[in-house]
Design a protein. Structure first.
Length: 130
C-alpha cells in the first residue's frame, strides 16, 4: 500500500513539473513572437481552475484550465478573444499536449474587462480514424 501511495505522489509531482514546463515554454515563445513583432499582442499562459463541466478521463484532479491572458491595455472584443483562442485550438500538437497533461478548459481573457471566452479542449482534438 505504501508503494502505491508513493507512486501516486511521484506521478503528481511529475505531472506538475511537465505542466509547468509547458506553461514556461509557451510563455517564452509568446514573448519572443511579441518582441519580434510576429504577433500584435503579448499573451501569457497560466493555469486556472477550469470548468467542471468540461472534465474528461485525463483531467487533472485540480486546476484543469489553461488560461491565456492578452495584454493590450484596452478591452478586447469578443472577436479578438475568439481569434486568439482559435490560434491555440488550431495547433493540434498543443491541444494533444494539453489533454495529456490534464487540461480540459481553454480560457482566453484580456487584461482589461470582465469577460472572456472558454472552450472544451477535447472537442478540438483531431483524432484520425482509419
Amino acid at each position: 500500500m505504501f508503494t502505491n501511495t508513493w507512486n501516486t505522489i511521484l506521478d503528481w509531482f511529475r505531472d506538475r513539473s511537465e505542466r509547468a514546463k509547458l506553461i514556461r515554454s509557451f510563455n517564452d515563445a509568446a514573448k519572443q513572437a511579441f518582441v519580434l513583432s510576429v504577433v500584435p499582442t503579448l499573451i501569457k499562459a497560466s493555469v486556472s481552475k477550469g470548468d467542471r463541466r468540461y472534465r474528461h478521463q485525463f483531467s487533472h484532479w485540480m486546476n484543469t484550465g489553461f488560461r491565456i491572458q492578452a495584454f493590450k491595455g484596452e478591452q478586447l472584443s469578443k472577436n479578438e478573444l475568439m481569434q486568439i483562442g482559435n490560434v491555440i485550438l488550431d495547433d493540434s500538437v498543443l491541444i494533444r499536449k494539453l489533454v495529456v497533461l490534464g487540461f480540459d478548459t481553454l480560457e482566453v481573457c484580456g487584461d482589461v474587462g470582465a469577460y472572456g471566452c472558454k472552450w472544451q479542449i477535447k472537442d478540438f482534438m483531431q483524432l484520425e480514424s482509419k
